[in-house]
Design a protein around this ligand. Sequence first.
Ligand code: LIP
Length: 267
Amino acid sequence: MALAHDLTTLALEIAREAGELARRRRTEGVAIAATKSALADIVTEADREVEDLIRARLSAARPDDGFLGEETGAERGVSGITWVVDPIDGTVNYAYGIPAYAVSIAAVTGEPAPATWEAIAGAVFNPAMGELFHATIGEGAWLDDQRIAVNAEPWPAGALLATGFGYDPSTHAGDLARVARVMPLARDLRRIGAASLDLAYVAAGRLDGYFERGLQPWDHAAGALIVREAGGITGGSEGGRPGNAMTIAAPPALYETLLAAAIGDTH
Ligand code: LIP
């Protein structure tokens, strides 16, 4: 799809520029601008500045597209394409100076809702590591100029899994119960702190699987496409898609087992 390829090219260019801005602001010192859904759910001045840059570049290049961003919300377009953007995914890592944060940019078609959209282009850029993960629908998944793929090997010692916990402390007991259900599948567990990187790492074979409840659309839009284009399966919520109820990403050999353990007997 030539359009999808062009959208990925645009996403890569903007993600690099936006990521460099985020990295530069990090070296200058980070100011917490506000809290959102909970005391731990912070937004920095850099989050806002980076999203403003991304939105301006996209609007200049494709003024008829829609936009859905973590910090500035939604604006409908007329082109049938919506950009789903997390300017700095892993905001708490960013604020603490942990080099595990990413600019996540995805282009989707259809209604801008995770249960129905089709992601066709995605970029996840970690400027602290200089790593740019990307995918175009039907064209595979890449880390910079290297093709990537999910792990296909069986896991004699168990799977290396990643997860995350919501900002609301009242959700932590349920999240920990989920970890207890999943751990019999695992050799170990990682908590990286940025869903887009968790997903990109599954796509690159750095993780065997990932599960997390409570993600926002911008957390998973780009990373889930990269997993699917790397040969993995994503799902967990309405319509068998990644969503707020649950996001699961894994190779075909692990996906159903991980989904069953993560969702448990609540379904
Ligand atoms: C974060 C996710 C992470 C999750 C955090 C938070 P943010 O997104 O990437 O996986 O565990 O609770 O939702 O807030 O840094 O954009």
